[in-house]
Design a protein around this ligand. Structure first.
Ligand code: UDP
Length: 318
């Protein structure tokens, strides 16, 4: 009566840990392999007494084998611009070596495979909104390249294992996602603004704040992953919320939800910061019957308790 077993690399991270909850909810046994570089034990603390959950602290840049699994979800990677600029070389290694090793596990056990890719594959996009067919506009040598090119390489390796080894692969391109379990200090815009608004500090808007992002609440995002995981689509699929906001609008929403009187403070725009980002989700709608349901203000309200608690506890990266 044993349940099917899934491997989640990076399962101690924000999205990986929510994915584990969904898999467990659908009856899977889950083994997480994570080196805790940016992931945190706190993200699976609630699973301490769950017999179907195992955690292995290990860096998948080395070969590994956790025994037979039916599904490999490869989510290991730093993912916030601050994290991947601090951990540039580990980001390149996990996207390359780590991807080979995760695919080797899938190949060995004939397991299905699902990899988290990113809208960063589109770079600072010249096509708007971004369809999966767009090849992107990426600076291969800029500060973001450690992540962008690692993920583009991840996609290339994944497609190669499909072509040469018949691994049953899926690729999701994730757009900005937010919600509980984001690290308070990972530097991304939603945790930064929430933290600043809750502390009554200035909200740091980079550049003029007219650059755009499209924010997806985590439960919508995970629903998209689960649908794609059950489908047979092997080409990349965008999963993200197509409602686009300027960063200044995002700041206004945070101030409203928190009920904060913080001011806006303008700071320099980081190099190669994309000017606009919005997924075209026609493919996910048609193929998976998926679309996000939670708008930004609702999602921020649903995240508020988590951020309040995190600020109170001064939760840091570990
Ligand atoms: N940003 C900002 N203030 C912050 C953090 C981020 O204005 O305190 C901007 C950042 O320059 C970018 C956008 O918000 O234009 C989203 O940044 P984030 O780091 O969340 O992720 P990205 O979409 O760039 O990967």
């Amino acid at each position: 009566m044993s349940s099917k077993r899934a491997l989640v690399t990076g399962g101690a991270g924000f999205l990986g840990s929510h994915l584990c909850d969904s898999l467990l909810g659908e009856g899977w046994s889950v083994v997480v392999v994570d080196n805790l570089l940016t992931g945190r034990r706190a993200n699976f603390e609630h699973l301490r007494n769950e017999s179907r959950f195992e955690f292995v602290e290990f860096d998948i840049c080395e070969p590994f084998d956790v025994g037979k699994v039916e599904y490999v979800f490869h989510f290991a990677s730093p993912a916030s611009p601050v994290d991947y600029s601090i951990h540039g070389i580990p980001t390149l290694k996990v996207g390359s070596l780590g991807t080979f090793h995760a695919l080797d596990v899938a190949h060995k056990y004939g397991a299905k495979y699902f990899v988290s890719s990113t809208s960063e594959c589109y770079g600072d996009p010249l096509e708007h909104p971004q369809k999966e067919t767009y090849w992107g506009h990426v600076n291969p040598i800029g500060p973001r390249s450690v992540y962008d090119e690692a993920k583009r390489f991840t996609e290339a390796v994944t497609m190669a294992y499909r072509r040469y080894h018949n691994v049953d692969t899926r690729i999701v391109r994730i757009f900005n996602t937010y919600g509980p379990r984001m690290q308070l200090n990972d530097g991304r815009v939603v945790p930064n603004f929430m933290k600043q608004a809750l502390r009554g500090e200035d909200l740091t808007v980079y550049g003029d704040g007219n650059q755009t992002r499209s924010f997806c609440y985590v439960s919508d995002e995970i629903d998209g992953f689960m649908r794609l995981a059950k489908s047979d689509e092997h080409l990349p699929v965008n999963i993200g919320n197509p409602n686009e906001f300027t960063i200044l609008e995002c700041a206004q929403h945070v101030l409203k939800v928190v009920g904060s009187k913080s001011q806006i403070r303008y700071e320099p725009l980081p190099q190669d910061d994309p000017k606009q980002r919005r997924p075209d989700i026609t493919k996910a709608r048609q193929l998976l019957g998926w679309e996000p349901k939670i708008d930004l203000e609702t999602g921020l309200r649903m995240s508020l308790d988590y951020f309040k608690k995190a600020v109170a506890e001064e939760v840091t990266t570990k």
